[in-house]
Write a protein that binds this ligand. Structure first.
Ligand SMILES: *[C@@H]1O[C@H](CO)[C@@H](O)[C@H](O)[C@H]1NC(C)=O
Length: 351
């Protein structure tokens, strides 16, 4: 054996065998399952099952989804959680955990716990009557029990150790809770509010780690001052980006990135990655034609300036020209670019 290993061809063979064993997950992908937590950027329909105004399971939402179905996704088609499982070859779309028709094969390849309208600040999900991050963790525990009883403990362990976990939230804390609610803006300045958000993010990530999750990608807050709704509210006659929103977002992102670095170095075998979701969307918004878009300062639905959810009654004629679907959410074409960039830049998270 010792002698053989000195031959380069044996090295190569051994390497190839290890590579094949490594890549050969049950679904032929290098990632056996994808589990997502967060808000409307990644929710694929959990809110359909809740009593909240933060739901979009009616037209024109989903007009470009397969079959033109409104599914509860906050866009015209797929959202980043779908593009991630699709590009990884896990499955076509990521089902919401609260879908009552899930089968065992849906569960073992991953589900989605995200709930539109939520955030890191517990007050955010409370005001929106949606599932808090603690609530999402509780559902995840229930999910693990289900998979254990249906597919065995080994399967649960594989999902935990090799599965890709995504966390994407924080926008609503800034736009809805901080800037629109005196409970927060009177009692917290930018520094203390971003600290509150990061503390919540950190304890969520530690909970997830303590349950066994290892590969975790955490998305930053996007340039939410440039959402059409915020331009309308605070951008003046020129509809500029709302600077204060972007300032709070970047301050939070800097602190989040430092905290994730810290956790990653201090939790054994953790692979936690801060995923920048600020600068690429900002570039798309500032240089839309570079990415094949024509319109970036209003959304496709309604007048494009303020409508979201049930206020979206009619749409633009060609959604492909738009970066934004409604006044808060990106179109599926913009989400595809963002999700692809994430996977492209974070291969270490999935190998
Ligand atoms: C819609 O817009 C896209 C992007 O600008 C363009 O490529 C396409 O030809 C347009 N479709 C129609 C029907 O005008």
């Amino acid at each position: 054996m010792h002698l053989f290993l000195h031959k380069p061809s044996y090295f190569l063979l051994l390497f190839l065998i290890l590579l094949i064993l490594h890549y050969n997950g049950s679904n032929g992908s290098m990632v056996p399952a994808v589990i997502v937590f967060g808000d409307s950027v990644v929710d694929t329909g959990n809110n359909n099952n809740l009593e909240t105004i933060f739901k979009v399971n009616y037209p024109p939402y989903g007009q470009d989804f397969s079959g033109g179905q409104p599914t509860g996704r906050f866009s015209n088609g797929k959202v980043p959680s779908d593009f991630i499982v699709e590009e990884l070859g896990v499955k076509d779309v990521l089902p919401p955990y609260l879908d009552p028709n899930l089968k065992i094969e849906d569960l073992v390849t991953g589900v989605n716990f995200a709930s539109g309208g939520g955030g890191y600040d517990p007050l955010t999900s409370e005001l929106a009557s949606v599932i808090s991050l603690d609530g999402q963790i509780e559902l995840f525990k229930e999910y693990m029990e289900k998979v254990k009883s249906m597919a065995g403990e080994e399967t649960v362990n594989t999902i935990l150790s090799k599965g890709l976990f995504i966390v994407a939230t924080g926008s609503n804390d800034v736009t809805n809770t901080y800037f629109n609610n005196p409970l927060r803006s009177y009692h917290f300045d930018f520094d203390s509010y971003t600290r509150l958000m990061v503390n919540s993010a950190s304890s969520f990530l530690q909970d997830l780690y303590n349950l066994g999750a290892r590969r975790i990608g955490v998305f930053s807050v996007p340039p939410i001052g440039c959402l059409p709704s915020q331009r309308t509210l605070k951008g003046g006659t020129q509809r500029e980006c709302a600077e204060k929103n972007n300032e709070l977002a970047t301050l939070f992102n800097t602190k989040l990135s430092m905290e994730i670095n810290y956790l990653n170095h201090n939790l054994p075998f953790a692979k936690m990655v801060y995923v920048d979701a600020y600068y690429l969307p900002l570039d798309i918004i500032q240089n839309p034609t570079k990415y094949g878009f024509d319109v970036a300062n209003i959304g496709c639905c309604g007048t494009g300036t303020i409508e979201v959810a049930f206020l979206c009654k009619y749409t633009c004629t060609n959604v492909s020209q738009y970066v934004f679907w409604d006044s808060f959410h990106f179109t599926e074409n913009a989400y595809r670019i963002i999700a692809h960039d994430f996977l492209n830049k974070n291969k270490n998270l999935i190998m």
